[in-house]
Design a protein around this ligand. Sequence first.
Ligand code: NAD
Ligand code: UDP
Ligand code: UDP
Length: 311
Amino acid sequence: MTKKILVTGGAGFLGSHLCERLLVEGNDVLCVDNFFTGSKDNIAHLIGNPYFELIRHDVTFPLFVEVDQIYNLACPASPVHYQFDPVQTTKTSVHGAINMLGLAKRVKAQIFQASTSEVYGDPEIHPQTEDYWGRVNPIGIRSCYDEGKRCAETLFFDYWRQHKVDIKVARIFNTYGPRMHPNDGRVVSNFIVQALKGEDITIYGSGQQTRSFCYVDDLIEVIVRFMNASKDFVGPVNIGNPGEFTMLELAERVIALSGSKSKLVFKPLPSDDPKQRQPDIGLAKQELDWEPKVSLDDGLRQTIKYFETKI
Ligand code: NAD
Ligand code: UDP
Ligand code: UDP
């Protein structure tokens, strides 16, 4: 049966891939975005499809529509963008969550929240499991994002307990792929753009800090599985690729795969930058029968191909 599905942040990197996937499955998709970091280019190929609708709207304001499912992805995700207007970032996470939960409550829709590994802050346990409460600085430059997303999780669980809203909360670990914003400052897009332009590759700090990178197709698959899984499984659930790499290793792979002659340069490490990050995905494996399939090299090849067309 065709479902009416709202995707907030649908013109962004992850949102545009999700809209595409939901349309392929025969759903009626309503994309809501204020185009802060998203772009019409990401969804231009969907405009004209009678089952795709686009509304320019900021989720910090109420929204009255009738839908069966809501994927709440609206929020800038890269440090450069979420620190540009930090007050708006917190409003987007918190007021945005309240409005989307109010909507879900009124129309009895299922609602998915794109939470983040950032809720763990600079973690003391490794790899991170869902029962870890995190180590987050409440007053630092990343707090608008981390604490905003933590408060959004609180709201989701309170609407679930108090109003019986059908929630799904996923903690997304670093994800990359085509349609990342070329200037958004995230490490994968920065390194690829620098490598393709033959510019210096900027390593922040020693480059020994680690991240675990998931290719976008693997992530979209598990998001959709989660939304359609048993109502009793609400999360929070970690989703990401457990393969862990230092930023130096990532830079070396990008250089090798793009055939670049770029050199590494070292820049200061931004404050509160987590030293290590790797998801424990045991829960996602068990409950959703899912694990990522795309290797870092294969994913980087696809992403390099995309940026070649952009540069
Ligand atoms: P993105 O910046 O490409 O997408 C975010 C989208 O939300 C953009 O299209 C932007 O214009 C829109 N938006 C921002 N504020 C809005 C507002 N107030 N009202 C309406 N739209 C608004 O980032 P992304 O990587 O696609 O991230 C999508 C979601 O996934 C975010 O919530 C992010 O926090 C979460 N997430 C992403 C990652 C990752 O590695 N990509 C990791 C963890 C969590
Ligand atoms: N809301 C919305 N769309 C709806 C229903 C509610 O945007 O279809 C907003 C509403 O404006 C409110 C928020 O969601 O600010 C929370 O709604 P809820 O019903 O939980 O709280 P209340 O309206 O009682 O404050
Ligand atoms: N980073 C880097 N060079 C860059 C951009 C980022 O070394 O040009 C580092 C950054 O300091 C962090 C890691 O790469 O340690 C991942 O950064 P990103 O902003 O992609 O994600 P997040 O820190 O939010 O996980």
